[in-house]
Design a protein around this ligand. Sequence first.
Ligand code: G3I
Length: 322
Amino acid sequence: QANLNQLAKAAGKLYFGSATDNGELSDSAYVAVLKNSNEFGQITPGNTQKWQYTEPSNGVFSYTQGDVITSFAQANGQVLRCHNLVWHNQLPSWVSSGSWTAAQLTDILNTHIASEVGHYKGQCYAWDVVNEALNDDGTYRTDVFYNVLGTSYIPIAFKAAAAADPAAKLYYNDYNIEYSGAKATAALGIVKLIQNAGARIDGVGFQGHFIVGGTPSQSALASVLNSFVTLGVEVAYTEVDVRFSSLPATSAGYTQQANDYAAVVGACLAVSKCVGITVWDFDDKYSWIPSTFSGQGEACLYWQNLTAKPAYYKVQSLLAAA
Ligand code: G3I
């Protein structure tokens, strides 16, 4: 059987990809899988393009760590999804705890985005410009950006990114917007907000952090993707993993997990404007889940020992049949 990215491309997608992170690149067995562009044709830096790494103090920019990942992708012929420019989390405290006027914070946003997008100009297929602006009930997160600028920080960020790299696709990226409800409706509102402000938004990223047995059906997922496509944007699954909410996993659980991954991949296959699927790392060894959700995990396509799970084979055969 062919590898996932090869199969995804044959099915008309741009890529099948994975997140990775700097520390993982010293694991040669892991890297041997990651660098195979037939398997993963796209890479997302899991951390080191975030604000805390790239502008740790005001006006002091550092791209050394981010560049490690972008160079890796380039060396291996992999598309880059760049992640992310504006997020309440992993935001240095000089930004989050400053008492800014609207003009000052606008300046800070413009400077940060011009520098970072400028640094990576021409390298990013897409940028996650604004990440996770919404609470689960569909209200805006009251982070420093919203508190000082209201919703205007969102079009400000998209305009700055568009100016700094006209060729990069500009995305809004969030979780729990993959199925219909208040948060998905609010995310549709963000797309319209950006468009109505005369700014460019090219895509919406659906993170896709799901739970075994709790993943929406393919048709429910595809219907939400289509509601965004109707607004004129492309869509992608950007951070997929399907975690067990309790461990150890059972063999029935692995079958369910395979079906859950298949629902996500199947939804993307069913929507032509869904450009690709990114897993939030492919190996349980490097999953973010256990450290955030105690007692949960095994969310990835590969076990820690780098052997493929039933979910991998199910995704592979689904892509092959498309
Ligand atoms: O780099 C330090 C290290 O020096 C220190 O010793 C260690 C001790 O805790 O922490 C290290 O930093 C960690 C960092 O990942 C790099 O490994 C942070 O503690 C940890 O909080 C951070 O977690 C990241 C998380 O975002 C932060 O919210 C995950 O790796 C990353 O996968 C995750 O990614 C997010 C996406 O960006 C947005 N969507 C959700 C997704 C999952 O949370």
